[in-house]
Design a protein around this ligand. Sequence first.
Ligand SMILES: Cc1ncc(COP(=O)(O)O)c(C=O)c1O
Length: 370
Amino acid sequence: MSATRRFFRPTWAEVHLGALQENLRRFRRRMPARTQILFVVKGNAYGHGAVECARAAQTCGGAEWLGVSSVEEGVALREAGIRMPVLVLGSLYPFESFLAAVEFGLMPTVASLDSARRLVEVAMRRGQRVGCHLKIETGMGRIGMSPAAVAGVSGYLAAQRLVDVDGAYTHFSCADGDRAFTLEQLRRFRGALGEIDRAGFSVRLRHAANSAAALTLPAARLDLVRPGLAIYGLWRGFRPVLSLKSKVVFLKTVRRGAAIGYGATYRARRATRVATVPVGYADGLCRRLSNRGRALLGGRRCPIIGTVSMDMLMLDATDVPQARVGDDVVLIGRQGREEISAGELAQAAGSIAYEVVAALTARVPRVYFS
Ligand SMILES: Cc1ncc(COP(=O)(O)O)c(C=O)c1O
C-alpha cells in the first residue's frame, strides 16, 4: 500500500461524470430545441461535487446555465474557473450579497420589492445596468413575490431604468404528483408574466420546470427548464451518477442471542456472521437505516443489523460465507446483478433520494471517473 494514497479509510463515493454528461444529452433530446437548460448544482451538486459537475457540464456544452442556492456557491464556481451563466436561486438576503453577486457575474433573483430596491442601489453604486430574474410565488409558499405584487415591482424597476428583468420564474411544489395543482401554479405564473410585459420588459427567459415538470408536463417547459434530479440519474430512464462504496473491515461469527450495536436493538436469531463496515451517520448515512436498510456484499443484499453508529455499521453476512475482510460493500450502486438505488435507500430511511445524496458529508472522498 502506498503512503501517498489520498485516503485510507475504505469508504468513498464514485461519481461518473460521463454518465452525468450522457444524462444532460438525454435530457436535451426530450426538450424542444428552443428550450434552454439550467443545470441545478446547488447543495454541492446534490452531494456529487459542484465544481466537478459544473465543469463536466461546461465541457460538454450540456447546459446553458447553472443554478446555485447562494452567492457563496456561485463564487466557488467562479473561483474554479466556471464561466457559464449562473443564477442564484435563493433569496439574496442579507442584501449586501447583491453586490457580491454582481461583482462575480452571478445573476441575482429578486423576490420582493425590498430586494428590488437594494439591487437598484447596487446598480447605482456601480454605475452600471444589471440584470435579474424575478421570482414569483404561485403555490410553493417559500420565497417569491405574489402575482399581485408583480406589477408594483416591475413598474418600480422600469421607472428606475437601472435593472433589467432578463428572466422570471416560479417553482412547483407537486410536479411529481399533483398535476392539477401544478397546472394552477402555471396559470398563476402566466398571469404574472403579463404584468411584467405591461411594465415594458420583454422577458427573455420564463421558467418554471424542475426535472419532473420538464419531463412530464410539456406546457411547463417555456424558455428554460431547471433539472437537477434527472441529471444526477435519480429519475427513471437516466443513468445513476453516484455510487457509495466501502469495504468489510471486521468479520466475526456470533452466537444466537448476541447483541449487536448501540442500545442492543438487534439480537442474533441464529449463529450469525457479522460484517463491520466503516460508514456511519457522520458520513451522511441516515441513522433511520438501523435494522432496516440493506447493503450489497458478495453480490447479495445483506440486512443492516443493529443501530447505525457514527462511523460504522454491521451487516448480517451469514448468507455470504465466502465474505472476507477487504471485500467491497456497496451502499448505493450496483454489485454483480444486484443494485441498490438512492431511492431504495431513501425509502428504507423514510426520506427522499435528494436527501440521501445531498447528505453525504465532506468526510466521504469523491472519486471522479470521466
Ligand atoms: C428553484 C429550483 N429549481 C429547480 C430545482 C431542481 O429540481 P429537481 O432536482 O427536482 O429537478 C430545484 C431543486 O430543489 C429548485 O429549488
